[in-house]
Write a protein that binds this ligand. Structure first.
Ligand code: HEC
Length: 244
């Protein structure tokens, strides 16, 4: 018995050692680890930080408010004039008034209704898993009004899938997704590439985003996008607006 136990142990050990030294295809996802390892003796390693560094914290102005503005504070729903069921979801002070218990996402209706899929109501798209986890994390961290957030936006990255779609999804789909467009977006669809290119070619996408005179200001009723995001759109268009 003892002997066989010893043998199994050695096998496990050998397998472990092999596995630990041979990690095929495992690529470190966060370069941060590498830089700290390299600069162990040097506390000031800011020179290695880049704009692409993943910021794991949730920030209200950057991550949460756009979700509420894009999916909830819509005309006929939870905007300042409709306030359906008493919910005005247009600003921090209004959002924390009702259905929100800081530190307890499970007791916060603003979160649980979104998890169950009751909200946002059709035809507005349900929140995706990233949006839900941001919302949960923000509430569980105390639902603070963080305003001074660094923007995760890298102007050297401007592909359709990685840069343009997330911008439109967070700021425009609430009115311009296929299902929402007839009622909220003046019939303009922006959630598929072909439809979007129509607005690229007629110059309105950029004109609207830049709030140029003679154009409609988009997002309608919301804040102008960050300069950095507008730069990404401008560069994507200058590059021929590819479906990349
Ligand atoms: C709250 C709803 C709403 C949001 C959010 C919104 N739009 Fe619009 N958008 C509209 C409506 C309504 C129209 C139609 C305006 C008209 O016909 O006068 C429109 C029209 C447009 C048009 C067509 C050209 C024009 O100006 O009429 C473009 C392009 C556009 N929006 C881009 C965007 C982009 C890009 C975003 C996100 C950054 C966005 N919109 C967010 C409601 C919205």
């Amino acid at each position: 018995m003892k002997k066989s136990a010893l043998i199994s142990c050695s096998i496990v050990l050998v397998v472990c050692l092999y596995a630990c030294t041979h990690k095929p295809g495992v690529i470190p996802t966060i370069p941060k680890n590498d830089t700290t390892a390299k600069n162990n003796n040097n506390n000031n390693n800011t020179q290695d930080t880049t704009q692409q560094m993943v910021d794991t914290s949730v920030c209200f102005q950057r991550d949460i408010l756009p979700i509420f503005l894009g999916s909830c504070a819509i005309s006929g729903c939870h905007d300042a004039s409709t306030q359906e069921k008493g919910y005005n979801l247009t600003s921090y002070s209004n959002i924390i008034r009702k259905g929100l218990q800081p530190y307890y996402s499970a007791s916060s209706k603003l979160y649980t209704e979104c998890v169950s899929g009751k909200m946002p109501a059709y035809p507005i798209a349900r929140l995706d898993s990233t949006q839900l986890s941001l919302l949960k994390h923000w509430i569980d961290m105390g639902a603070h009004n963080d305003t001074n957030c660094s923007v995760i936006c890298d102007t050297t990255k401007f592909t359709y899938a990685a840069a343009i779609v997330p911008i439109l999804k967070n700021n425009c789909y609430s009115c311009h997704a296929t299902a929402a467009a007839p009622s909220s977006g003046g019939g303009i669809v922006l959630d598929n590439y072909i439809a979007l290119t129509v607005q690229v070619q007629n110059g309105k996408l950029l004109g609207d985003l830049q709030h140029q005179s003679g154009y409609n200001y988009m997002p309608l009723g919301g804040n102008k996008l960050q300069d950095c995001q507008i730069t990404q759109v401008r560069r994507w268009i200058a590059n021929g607006a590819p479906n990349n």
